[in-house]
Design a protein around this ligand. Structure first.
Ligand code: MLT
Length: 276
């Protein structure tokens, strides 16, 4: 009995050697696997509230993408294909095949690439605060500037630039604890990770043509106050992905899971419960 209870509450922080680097990950709970891919420039700890809520019923796997959190941060440009292959390598390591995938912003960009390569592994998708389109030339130039800033002056300045984009003005005025934790995760990010990820996102392909080919159940979650990926991006995706559903999270900015964790978790759990 005791053994079974221990097994049910299985919680594991692990590391694995994947594609030549060490990847850190959380693997908590039992049941249908749910893989959660974090935003830029955050790490898997941004999912703490979701891991706690979901792992009562599901097996939640949340990696630190290369360059972030406790994963290795090799120098040089990364690619979204590398991120997708790292996720696939981790799932192979954990002997997991079909899973539900949740990606927020950069995590969503990775999921489009993952779906292109490994659709048979995808039971369902949750695309949160992300966009299907590629960057404009201006957007790409902005990314290269942030990459250079990170390498020259470190992650502190990047935190100053990113915080107003990641959190709504309401959260910035009323949630000092949230600002502190988001800022701390940015400041702890290795400059190599910031630069490498910016180059990966700048080079990402246009995924709009992929949308009509997505055949798995798909939920789109968008913060009502999201500036970088406004709800209009969610409307574009929901109209193009067959059978997809869109939920707008009220009073939430770009990191909607952090600003309104209860509403985010409720929408996510409702979706997961309906999957067969
Ligand atoms: C993120 O939250 O992952 C970033 O805002 C993505 C981006 O810079 O496009």
């Amino acid at each position: 009995m005791l053994g079974r209870r221990r097994e049910k509450n299985r919680s594991r922080m692990g590391t694995a050697k994947i594609n030549g680097i060490t990847l850190a990950y959380t693997d908590q709970g039992q049941g249908m696997p749910v893989v959660m891919l974090h935003a830029f420039p955050q790490d898997r700890m941004m999912w703490a509230s979701q891991v706690a809520a979901l792992s009562k019923t599901y097996r939640v796997i949340a990696p630190d993408c290369r360059g972030f959190g406790e994963s290795d941060a090799p120098a040089g440009a990364y690619t979204l294909e590398q991120y997708a292959d790292d996720v696939k390598g981790l799932l192979d390591h954990l002997l997991i095949k079909p899973a539900v995938f949740v990606g927020l912003s950069m995590g969503g960009y990775t999921l489009f690439v993952f779906y292109r390569k490994y659709a048979s592994h995808v039971k369902a998708l949750v695309l949160a605060d992300t966009r299907a389109g590629a960057d404009t030339e201006e957007g790409k130039a902005g990314r290269l500037a942030i990459a250079a800033t990170a390498q020259k002056t470190g992650a502190g300045r990047v935190a100053e630039i990113m915080l107003p984009k990641l959190l709504s003005s309401v959260a910035r005025e009323t949630k000092p604890e949230l600002i502190r934790s988001v800022r701390a995760r940015i400041e702890q990010t290795h400059p190599n990770g910031i630069a490498g990820a910016q180059m990966a996102m700048a080079a990402r392909p246009d995924s709009v043509p992929l949308l009509p080919q997505i055949t798995c159940p798909t939920l789109i979650l968008m913060g009502e106050l999201d500036g970088p990926t406004p709800p209009s991006e969610g409307k574009l995706m929901v109209e193009a992905i067959p059978g997809a559903r869109l939920t707008i999270i009220p009073q939430a900015g770009h990191l909607s899971n952090l600003e309104q964790p209860e509403a985010f978790n409720t929408a996510l759990l409702n979706f997961l419960q309906k999957l067969k």
